[in-house]
Every structure is written in structure tokens, then in C-alpha cells.
Design a protein around this ligand. Structure first.
Ligand SMILES: [Zn+2]
Length: 95
């Protein structure tokens, strides 16, 4: 009874961005790490990563959550999907 709710609360307390962590698939190691702070995926092209302009990333993530100061940063595939989704929502929300 209610333990699901409790679990959700705990997750929110941790900052809520704990999407289900899929088992770490160990492809061959990449070279570039995802620019998103909490993310430990590789952002290499061979791993499906994309390079995105910092400004665009800052629209979706807090600047504090973005690691690196280059104009363009590489993010991993799951982050890119998240990014795309967020961006889309943004556009459909015309003011
Ligand atoms: Zn990532």
C-alpha cells in the first residue's frame, strides 16, 4: 500500500531525472563522454551521439548540468532523444 508513491517521492527528492537506468550496454569504449553531467554514456558517433550547440543544450538542460564549455558539445543518443523531444514540445507551444 502506497509504497509506489513512496518510491516516487524518493526519486523526486533526488532530482527526479532518474529515468530507468538500462543495464549498461558495453559497446567498445568511446572517446567522448556525454556532455550531460549525470550521464555516463558515450557520445561518439559510433555510439549514436550527436553534437549540439551549447545554446541549444542550455534550452533543455540547466547550464549546471552541462559539462564542457565548447560551442558544440557531444551528447549521447538517449540524451539526444530527450533533447529532440523537449525541443519539439517547445515548438508546439507557441506563445
Ligand atoms: Zn547522455
Amino acid at each position: 500500500m502506497g509504497f509506489k508513491k513512496k518510491a516516487r517521492k524518493a526519486r523526486e527528492a533526488r532530482g527526479e531525472k532518474t529515468e530507468r537506468k538500462s543495464r549498461r550496454k558495453e559497446l567498445s569504449d568511446g572517446e567522448k563522454k556525454c556532455a550531460i553531467k549525470d550521464c555516463e554514456n558515450w557520445a561518439d558517433k559510433s555510439h549514436g551521439g550527436r553534437s549540439i550547440a551549447f545554446d541549444n543544450l542550455a534550452d533543455v538542460w540547466d547550464e549546471d548540468d552541462i559539462v564542457g564549455e565548447a560551442r558544440r558539445l557531444s551528447i549521447c543518443k538517449p540524451c539526444y532523444r530527450h533533447y529532440k523531444k523537449e525541443k519539439k514540445d517547445d515548438e508546439s507551444q507557441t506563445w
